[in-house]
Design a protein around this ligand. Sequence first.
Ligand code: SAM
Length: 239
Amino acid sequence: MRLDYLTIFPDYLAPLRLSLPGKAIESGLLEMHVHDVRDWAHDRHRTVDDTPYGGGAGMVMKPEPFGEAFDELAIDGATVIVTTPSGEPFTQALARELSTRKRLVFLLGRYEGIDQRVLDHAATRAEVREISLGDYVLNGGEVAAMAITEAVVRLLPGFMGNAESLVEESHEDGLLEYPVYTKPASWRDLEVPKVLLSGDHKRIAQWRHEQAVTRTSVRRPDLLHASQAAGLSEGERWE
Ligand code: SAM
């Protein structure tokens, strides 16, 4: 998969080269290109923003630098992701969908956002997805792009050393994950639940499922309603 980022703060994205994504870049599974939008601004101050038509507070990112970037980077046929609080909510299902794409091009807004015509033009050449990280406002799209990137690339075949760890994770089966424990079995008078020490895999699986259902019903009942469609029984739903 190839990833391109158009930002005015390229340094912000440096951590993406650490840890597992860094290894995936080294192994050739991922290609990552971070671009400074100001490289396509031609005035002395490398201006990328201007006042909004119609008035109002703040500045808007100008279309021309993005247009030139699209041409030079040949975005045609890619999936362009525009991070915005007014986009579709980012979910595990959306991460899975995006993990099937060959190339993602992230447009990272700052100020009051990007001139709408950039998105309209991109849509004539590429798939455009406006995506929100959640119902709050960040200063810019960089953090959102990093979160989306992490969630997507860890789903690529060959990315995780142990692909099985993906299967039981929160949001994969519509449930939150059960609580997890490691050694020692006793720590500061707190004990690991006995069933986990029993070696009885059937009972352990049952306990974990019950914990996942209980945790989901307490913390995220909205998810449980969705799980109903996935075949959980009435008893399981409200245990
Ligand atoms: N005026 C915009 C609005 O009300 O929708 C908010 C602009 S915000 C200060 C600047 C940039 O941060 C946005 O263009 C977007 O790229 C990014 N951003 C802020 N909140 C976000 C969120 N919840 N999800 C994704 N991106 C976000």
